[in-house]
Design a protein around this ligand. Structure first.
Ligand SMILES: Nc1nc2c(ncn2[C@@H]2O[C@H](COP(=O)(O)OP(=O)(O)O)[C@@H](O)[C@H]2O)c(=O)[nH]1
Ligand SMILES: [Mg+2]
Length: 375
């Protein structure tokens, strides 16, 4: 009698605890077991009498709950993503950034007088925005480089951009080696550089090759064909093919780099992306009504180019790569490959200096380092 009461009591207790546990961790599903009470409820029964389910729950520890803990921590901290756009004026850089993040994240160039519009030298401008979607916060920084390729002589116009990228690495390094380190180092390193190729339909120009050849060694480069609505389908396919050949011939390693594929699954996914790159994109921040739906597009006399429709252009592939599938990987490669290379070189240099002194540039970067972080 007493044994029967005990049995019923523990069974009820077990049921209540399971219910509370599921309320607290709904993601964990029904498999969560409170095996201690489960065992107690079996008091007085022979082991043979236990059912299969109780047996399978017995070994559950709860290690998978770490995922939920990580998710919450990441939600609390938020994310940082720094994206740079490079290409001549008028190729649609600002428009594409607005298209990607569906808001006015980048200022469109105002069509003022030619002289005012084109800066005499390359300016580098960063604008940060706090974006929130479904409770996930992201600090997005768009780094614009107006003036790139706009001069009569564009020789070495990649240099100020290389310098800017190195300055960000240097700032991060200085924070890292400080005795009193911040709990979280602000990350201004450029995670990704979108390089805009003008839609000429021919081949890469010397300036494109020179820029990507130098910069692909220090940053993740994602080339795109700008204003792809100006090319026919045949022209687009031919141009893409030609660009891939030019990149190969000049040994330019763009993102996602073959040598950094982590496993076979990665390789299969990235191989498909590599076969499609450069994405032929169209940008727009104007919405139009098409078949009863509101879409981002470019309205012309003969129809509307739907920016997110893959039958019209490859913008959606670029968006998926940058935001939906590879954002974390882009940040990881920046940190574990590009920044790491910079860090190792800088620390080695420090060690080889007889008196530990170096020529320091006005912006805090050693003079010879400003332009020479190329392997
Ligand atoms: N045809 C076409 N025009 C575009 C595209 N993207 C932007 N534009 C237009 O090109 C002009 C320059 O765009 P903007 O984004 O300011 O170029 P940026 O100087 O590279 O930043 C604007 O009139 C845009 O509306 C595109 O994909 N196709
Ligand atoms: Mg612009």
């Amino acid at each position: 009698m007493q044994l029967a009461f005990c049995h019923t009591f523990f069974k009820l207790l077990n049921h209540q605890i399971q219910r509370l546990w599921r309320l607290k961790y709904p993601l964990l599903g029904p498999e969560v077991s409170t095996s201690f009470y489960g065992n107690m409820a079996d008091v007085g029964k022979t082991p043979v009498a236990r059912n299969e389910k109780t047996n399978s729950e017995f070994g559950y520890v709860g290690i998978d709950a770490i995922l939920e803990q990580m998710r919450r921590k990441a939600m609390k901290q938020g994310f940082e993503f720094n994206i740079m756009v490079v290409g001549q004026s008028g190729l649609g850089k600002s428009t594409l950034m607005n298209t990607l993040f569906k808001s006015k994240v980048s200022r469109r160039s105002l069509m003022t007088s030619e002289e005012e519009r084109i800066p005499k030298t390359i300016e580098i401008k960063s604008i940060s925005h706090d974006i929130e979607e479904k409770g996930v916060r992201m600090k997005l920084t768009v780094i614009d480089t107006p003036g790139f390729g706009d001069q009569i002589n564009n020789e070495n116009c990649w240099q100020p951009i290389m310098k800017f990228i190195n300055v960000q690495y240097e700032q991060y390094l200085q924070e890292e080696i400080n005795i009193e380190r911040k709990k979280r180092i602000p990350d201004s390193r450029v995670h990704c550089c979108i390089y805009f190729i003008p839609p000429t339909g021919h081949c890469l120009r010397p300036i494109d090759i020179e820029f990507m050849r130098h910069l692909s060694k220090v940053v993740n480069i994602v080339p795109v064909i700008a204003k792809a609505d100006t090319l026919t389908l045949e022209e687009r396919d031919f141009f893409k093919q030609k660009i891939r050949e030019d990149l190969r011939a000049n040994e330019i390693d763009i993102y996602p780099q073959k040598e950094f594929d982590e496993d076979a699954e990665d390789r299969i996914i990235n191989e498909k992306i590599r076969e499609m790159i450069p994405f032929a994109v169209v940008g727009s921040d104007q919405e139009y009504q098409v078949n009863g739906k509101r879409l981002l597009g470019r309205k012309t006399r003969w129809g509307t180019v739907e920016v997110e429709n893959t039958a019209h252009c490859e913008f959606a592939y670029l968006r998926d790569l940058l935001i939906r599938t590879h954002m974390q990987n882009i940040k990881d490669i920046t940190s574990s490959i590009h920044y790491e290379m910079y860090r190792v070189r800088r620390l080695n240099e420090n060690n080889t200096q007889p008196n530990g002194q170096q020529a320091i540039h006005a912006n805090g970067v050693p003079e010879h380092e400003v332009l020479s972080h190329e392997m």
